[in-house]
Design a protein around this ligand. Sequence first.
Ligand SMILES: [Zn+2]
Length: 198
Amino acid sequence: MKQVIYLITGLLLMAGLQQCSSSQTPSPEKEQQHKAQQTMDTSKKPANPAYSRTDNNKVELNDEEWRKILPADVFHIARQKGTERPWSSKYEDFSEIGTYYCAVCGNALFRSDTKFESGCGWPSFYEPITKGSIIYEPDHSHGMSRTEVMCGRCKSHLGHVFEDGPPPTGLRYCINGVVLDFEKAKAAEKKYGEGKKP
Ligand SMILES: [Zn+2]
């Protein structure tokens, strides 16, 4: 039975790698830790002085400095260009209304209304929140020719962009959920709640 589970896991992983990237994945323990962290208030990170939802200045720290202030799984993906296991992010099958931020520096990256179900195993968007919120770079690693996307503020690795997305852009930003923070649209929620009152 265990072998079957390993086999299925292996096949899922391979299918994912063809779509997105490398074979390095965080351990299940760290992943669970991270999921727990994601449920807390994400607008402030006491351990990470670089994190701000309001400061637009570029952040430039070296890897040793990042290692000290980031959770291990975020450091691995963001600073070592790792890739989370497909279908491991709580944001993969997630349709709340709000904004996605860089989990490393707090830079706004995507709006929930540009998120779509790509079926690739990673949170997918068709457009960044602003042109400057993302930096693009050619990536020829792992024998593939892809375009890497990085945070426009801290240059953290986020994922890749592919040209098989839906209209209006035709793009698919395939993003590691580990490097995303989500904040619900409070104003919209409130308005909706008021509207529902008898
Ligand atoms: Zn960032």
